[in-house]
Design a protein around this ligand. Structure first.
Ligand code: FEO
Length: 394
């Protein structure tokens, strides 16, 4: 049992998932995660903001039992994804008189997922509030963080903004607050990259929407809280801005060494021109680290050999992933090798339709790279540097 007081009448009653190592069957969680649930007690009524993953139902219910909670008036569902709503059924069974509040879209999804019956749930509008008795909960719709259903909840008396997934991190920690900001920055950026980056324009709007609020504490649904909100708000402003950095992300795969030789030569050529390179061998990498690298980079170059008449599937997967994450990357190219032909270039290029990219001419060697291929890599590095200089980032 772990219960933390945030302010009088406001408690963290969630669950830390130290051992979880994969989310969405896609995202590695090297540092675990937490499902933050908050109990708000006014003089008259009690509300619970968000539940926890179904695997942690006993933790949440145990925390509420330990606090002697035998009545909850409102269960506030800020987002229907199962890591926060998976316990709603258990809560509804335990507290049958509680009113379940959420956006219309959230309630619709909860019903579609079979988590609540169709007669259950009360829709709250953007700007609507409820009074618990000395504690007011104001609802702020925030669609596309990263689903269409999400809302934030603001508690003005304590100046706490509950932000659901927004501003969170997959980080299991014994710290209630992100006091070791250096340790939280990486997981928060990685989380942004994996979850929020495809919705960057919406993120900018949400940052603007909450700008006028007086906020002492940001309480997300994953990872530690922030009692110095500017730390995470300024990081989000940076990550979601249109500004790119003088960086090249280079995911590559090599079968017999030709593409690796080219990748290594290219890394040196870029570094010699003052460009930061983030190099990923796609046979041994972390999806989250690649996603994080894509947050800032001006350019991505994918390296692949030709196999079975096309791009290596690992390189194609990286291209599909980058396309899905929709980073603000401006430029791209392809380097690699072939033996006798194939559609490697076309396959990689058509895998990136969502990115507004300017493509540099690819550099593809027949067999092992030769002098002309190295000169072509030098030219590609020069072109990248020139474009980065145009952006005034190099
Ligand atoms: Fe943490 Fe979108 O759920």
């Amino acid at each position: 049992m772990l219960i933390r007081e945030i302010k009088p009448g406001v408690q963290w009653v969630g669950a830390v998932d130290w051992d979880r190592r994969l989310f969405d069957a896609l995202i590695p969680l090297p540092k675990g995660t937490s499902y933050n649930s908050y109990l708000i007690r006014g003089s008259e009524k009690t509300a619970l903001i968000d539940a926890v993953d179904a695997t942690k139902a006993e933790v949440l219910l145990g925390n509420l039992q330990a606090l002697g909670i035998n009545k909850i008036d409102y269960i506030i569902c800020q987002h229907a994804e199962q890591d926060h709503s998976g316990t709603v059924e258990h809560l509804a069974a335990q507290f049958p008189d509680a009113r379940l509040l959420g956006t219309g879209k959230c309630l619709e999804l909860l019903r579609e997922f079979g988590l609540i019956p169709k007669e259950k749930g009360h829709e709250v509008k953007d700007g609507e509030s409820i009074d618990l008795g000395g504690k007011t909960l104001q609802f702020i719709h925030a669609p596309w963080v990263h689903w269409p259903d999400t809302m934030f909840t603001y508690l003005p008396e304590d100046k706490i903004l509950f932000t659901c997934d927004f501003l969170g991190s997959h980080l299991a920690t014994s710290d209630l607050y992100a006091h070791d900001e250096a340790a939280v920055y990486g997981p928060a950026k990685r989380y942004y990259a994996e979850i929020m980056m495809p919705f960057r324009q919406h993120i900018q709007k949400h940052l603007a929407k909450i700008k006028g609020l007086q906020i002492d504490i940001i309480a997300p649904s994953h990872g530690p809280l922030y009692d110095r909100p500017e730390f995470i708000l300024s990081a989000y402003r940076d990550w979601s801005s249109d500004a790119v950095k003088n960086e090249v992300v280079l995911p590559f795969v090599s079968m017999h060494g030709a593409t690796r030789i080219m990748a290594d030569y290219f890394v040196d050529a870029l570094v010699a021109r003052g460009i930061t390179v983030k190099r990923f061998d796609l046979t041994n990498y972390d999806v989250g680290e690649l996603a994080e690298a894509l947050v800032d980079a001006a350019t991505v170059v994918i390296g692949t050999p030709t196999i079975l008449a096309g791009a290596h599937p690992l390189a194609l997967y990286a291209a599909i992933l980058a396309n899905a994450l929709r980073p603000k990357t401006r430029y791209a190219s392809i380097i690699g090798s072939f033996g006798w032909g194939g559609k490697m270039l076309e396959q990689i290029t058509v895998a990136l339709p969502s990115l507004k990219l300017q493509l540099f001419d690819p550099v593809v060697a027949k067999g092992h790279p030769k002098e002309a291929d190295f000169r072509a890599l030098d030219r590609l590095a020069d072109e990248i540097l020139a474009k980065h200089r145009e952006l005034k980032i190099a």
